[in-house]
Design a protein around this ligand. Structure first.
Ligand SMILES: Nc1ncnc2c1ncn2[C@@H]1O[C@H](COP(=O)(O)OP(=O)(O)O)[C@@H](O)[C@H]1O
Ligand SMILES: [Mg+2]
Length: 351
């Protein structure tokens, strides 16, 4: 097949995406696909046809060595570099290796839909619904077999000018300890755990500084897990054990800060419960090909779903690839399965 691996972009997660893209492109080339590694934010300067090759990737050779900084790219005001969409249009499918924001929230997917470009992962509507934790929660919380932390939506418009009374009402509705997080963000950016009344106001201010909408929900004390879904079936449960604190940005991306154990050392029944919940979430949100749902399990064994990720991390050390490896699916094979499963979504008439 002819595949574009699209990565980079202008989100703060640009660096992670570049590294994901290089790994995925390398895997697909090893699988024999004519694969172009394309940075969505940069202009295409080479002959587009020459980008599609099975040549091994030495490092990130096809990505410029010194990437322009994100602010400069954002200032340009255009998501795609010149020629990027044309190259995407030449492929049988685009492997979406973007991270966060427009690559994940349905915007990129809608653009591709309109242009008749096929892409991996979930469709545009499912992405936009899942990206907003307040909207996704309304869909997931009533589902049988899925329990989510109780919470409220916070709006900047309501908060501004009424800070103290607003915080007091959040305190009354949710109680302490609670978690405050931006509605659409990811990578734990802007997430605070509020353990005392004094911490609440700064936590709301922080979350709403990123976005006009945020979530305040009860803090669930327990062990943290995640479950990937691939082709409609759950992968083994992975446990995430930060060496200190919670699973914040640093613990997510700095190697050695978090132990990840897969398959998780938990009773079979708890594992099955999480796997069933992950599949239900995947189905109810209308996700395709692959996804990953985060969980916390209390000491008493109660399972809470925190959120669903429509575009799970895809470096070989990311959670879903580790889960796949635990059932003997290597990284190259995983990339191949994602391509196949994603092609399937175009065979269904309801997508
Ligand atoms: N209700 C909660 N109770 C306890 N910890 C939470 C809760 N919500 C989030 N967290 C912690 O914050 C991290 C990030 O939250 P999450 O909802 O997964 O958002 P994202 O990963 O999109 O930033 C979680 O991995 C978990 O460590
Ligand atoms: Mg998460």
């Amino acid at each position: 097949m002819k595949i574009v691996v699209l990565c980079g972009g202008v989100s703060p997660e640009r660096e992670v995406s570049l590294s994901t893209g290089a790994k995925v492109a390398s895997a697909l080339r090893e699988k024999g696909h004519l694969t172009a590694l394309v940075d969505s934010a940069l202009d295409i300067t080479a002959d587009p046809e020459s980008l599609f090759t099975t040549e091994p990737i030495n490092n990130t050779a096809s990505i410029r060595e010194s990437a322009p900084d994100v602010a400069e790219l954002q200032a340009r005001g255009e998501f795609f570099g010149r020629g990027v969409l044309e190259v995407c249009g030449m492929a049988d499918i685009v492997f979406n290796a973007m991270h966060g924001a427009a690559g994940e929230d349905g915007t990129l997917q809608s653009t591709f839909d309109l242009m008749g470009i096929k892409y991996t992962g979930s469709g545009s509507k499912a992405c936009s619904v899942s990206m907003d934790k307040t909207v996704a929660k309304r869909i997931m919380a009533p589902v049988e077999g899925v329990t989510m932390p109780r919470g409220v939506t916070l709006l900047r418009d309501d908060f501004d000018g009424n800070e103290l009374s607003y915080a007091a009402s959040v305190l009354k509705d949710v109680g302490i300890p609670m978690v405050v997080k931006p509605a659409c963000g990811g990578s734990s950016v802007g997430v605070s755990i509020v353990r005392s009344e004094e911490e609440l106001l700064p936590a709301i201010e922080l979350a709403l500084s990123y976005e006009p909408k945020a979530v305040a929900e009860e803090y669930i004390k327990g062990r943290e897990f995640s479950v990937g879904v691939l082709g409609g079936r759950a992968l083994p449960v992975i446990e995430i054990r930060p060496k200190s604190g919670f699973y914040d940005y640093k613990n997510k991306y700095q190697s050695g800060c978090t132990d990840e154990i897969c398959p998780a050392d938990i009773p079979e029944a708890v594992s099955e419960e999480m796997k069933a919940a992950a599949v239900k979430v995947h189905e109810e949100l209308g996700l395709s090909a692959y996804s990953r749902t985060d969980f916390i399990v209390t000491e008493a064994g109660r399972v809470y779903a925190l959120e669903a990720n429509t575009l799970p991390g895809m470096t070989p050390m990311s959670l879903l690839p580790q889960e796949a490896a635990a059932v003997g699916i290597g990284f190259n094979e995983l990339c191949q399965i994602i391509i196949e499963e994603s092609m399937n979504k175009y065979d269904r008439t309801d997508s």
